[in-house]
Ligand binder design. Sequence first.
Ligand SMILES: Nc1ncnc2c1ncn2[C@@H]1O[C@H](COP(=O)(O)OP(=O)(O)OP(=O)(O)O)[C@@H](O)[C@H]1O
Ligand SMILES: [Mg+2]
Length: 346
Amino acid sequence: MPSIEDVKHLQIPLREISLATNGFAKENFIAEGGFGPVYKGISKKHGSIAVKRLVYRQMLGQGDHQFKTEIALLSKYKHENIVSLLGFCDEKGEKILVYKFESNGSLDRHLNNKDLTWIQRLWICLDVACGLKYLHDNVGSQHGIFHRDVKSSNILLDEHWKAKISDFGLSKVRPANMQDSFLFSHPCGTPGYIDPDYGNNGYLTQKSDVYSFGVVLWEVLCGRLTVDPSYNDERQRLTVLAKIHYRKKTLDLIIPSDLYKEINEDSLLKFSNIAYNCLKNVEERPTMKQVVEQLQEAIHIQLVSRCSFHFLNFTYFIDISSLYSFDTTSNLQYYLYKVLLVKKKE
Ligand SMILES: Nc1ncnc2c1ncn2[C@@H]1O[C@H](COP(=O)(O)OP(=O)(O)OP(=O)(O)O)[C@@H](O)[C@H]1O
Ligand SMILES: [Mg+2]
């Protein structure tokens, strides 16, 4: 964990935050989260910001710890699919976290957005998978991070629909000398997303994040949240419903019909296999590296299937395979301008 000295440069004076949010005005309020209220603000120095103001009574004594963990991890680990912490304020009894404002908000609010296309959804999933892969594998040769609260409300979307993982307050850093592949820790996270293997026995592995990510994949495919209390049957829990329809090969019954029409059959098969495998027993779940590779394939299949058209009795295929790169993930728009080559086929 960095010391106060290490993060001093991230301190933002309370008056600056107050000015940016019009004194935490009602009009600037975005949402109430587990940490406290979230406000939008405009700062001279940072531009559009999102401000999280800790409310102690909401945090059951965990507030200080989560506040410090968030600062420690986000000040150190940077990635295009991880939210940017601009600074913090620890002044006059206030504990505040300041982030870059992500204009499309969190993914949970867009699950049933009819304008969010299948290809955009795939790209969002790949972004999140790349962020998690970075946390699991790339954050230094010896360490890795268990996020422990992967869920659609912790995935933020910028103006280009690029996805960023947020909320590291519950995260744990794997100790450098850790011999076993698991860590014993008191289960935490959000109901509906917690890996049952971890929830029941407290053995935390990176595969617990894979499970939660699998839940998000089903949410993205089915356009709804994992738990819907308005139902009294198996529809209440998406993971139960998804497994039933996956095994019966009747996923079309739980995917919104307009979205279903857009999805290429093979891309759906690939995507649903990944989502299903993420929910399997811990030993059978894929790693995030494998998930990233398989999602890239699902995108590839979908893109290639869409890149053909008929004209004057010919079918034209747009060959994009060699022209886009998945080394860095980004939005479809970034890649489409690279589509140059058109092959004609009788
Ligand atoms: N950087 C940001 N830019 C834009 N909106 C944000 C940002 N951070 C948070 N929000 C919005 O504020 C909401 C509340 O966030 P918060 O993380 O406090 O709670 P939550 O994710 O709903 O629940 P939990 O506290 O369990 O994580 C988010 O769902 C999102 O809509
Ligand atoms: Mg959150």
